[in-house]
Design a binder for this molecule. Structure first.
Ligand SMILES: [Zn+2]
Length: 253
């Protein structure tokens, strides 16, 4: 798509990113994502409209609550900007896809972002995100021309998801069931063999990330290290650059 639509998509992405922050914070606590309105998590101060502008409010407030001066996490603007960049790039790459396709792509990218953040915080990948991801992935396969066909989506989700489910039965200390459902969702969206590249990237970046976490003592050996954020990294990489990675791989043999 043209640069204007891509920039508009990026701005839309930042706004949706602001909503994602609410979802990421509240869904694991099983709180409503609509009520109450946004407020400071330290003092309960209700945010006024000018304090709710994505990124800008954070900069103007210098990352602190107006009322209690408690620091606001830099992760809020980071997630907003990241979601905006993802939408911009998805629109820019959407050469012959429809607006419906673009909407589905936005859904895919943002659901992955929410899952990565929630898994990072809580070591859980809630079904309310992973199962719809799987459903929309298969539905998009049947309804939209881009990406794998419906039957390929279904077969990849069952096949690859099934194999990794068996692996967790044999080695329960490895991945959790949430990871399997996320892999099934990625399978439906990316198809075969693309999803295997995503899992490979996840394992590779996950081992590096795990080592870094251990060396900074952010997490101990005993603690669970979430795999979801790395699966998301792999999913995004293959979504944007899957064809390039595959043709590079082919050129090696
Ligand atoms: Zn406050």
């Amino acid at each position: 798509m043209g640069i204007e639509l891509s920039i508009l998509s990026g701005i839309w992405g930042v706004i949706i990113g602001s909503f994602l922050n609410v979802v990421i914070y509240r869904v694991p606590q099983e709180k409503s994502i609509i009520r109450p309105g946004s407020h400071c998590t330290a003092c309960g101060h209700n945010l006024r409209p000018w304090e709710l502008v994505p990124v800008l409010s954070f900069l103007i407030l210098r990352g602190r609550c107006v009322q209690c001066q408690e620091k606001i996490s830099w992760r809020y603007p980071l997630i907003e900007v990241l979601n905006g960049v993802l939408y911009f790039y998805a629109a820019w790459m959407n050469h012959n896809g429809s607006f419906l396709q673009l909407g589905v792509n936005f859904y895919f990218l943002s659901t992955l972002l929410a899952l990565a953040a929630i898994d990072w915080d809580t070591c859980r990948l809630p079904d309310v995100f992973t199962l719809p991801l799987l459903g929309v992935g298969i539905g998009a396969g049947f309804l939209l021309p881009q990406g794998p066909s419906g039957w390929e989506s279904l077969a990849t989700a069952l096949g690859v998801g099934g194999v990794f489910w068996l692996i967790t039965r044999l080695y329960p200390e490895g991945m959790g069931l949430g990871d399997i459902k996320l892999i099934a969702g990625l399978s439906a969206f990316l198809g075969f063999p693309e999803v295997l590249i995503a899992i490979f990237i996840a394992s590779f970046t996950g081992s590096i990330g795990g080592l870094i976490m251990l060396s900074f003592k952010k997490r101990s050996f005993r603690e669970q290290i979430p795999f979801g954020p790395y699966l998301v990294l792999g999913g995004w990489a293959v979504f944007f650059w899957g064809q390039i990675i595959l043709s590079f791989y082919d050129s090696l043999f």
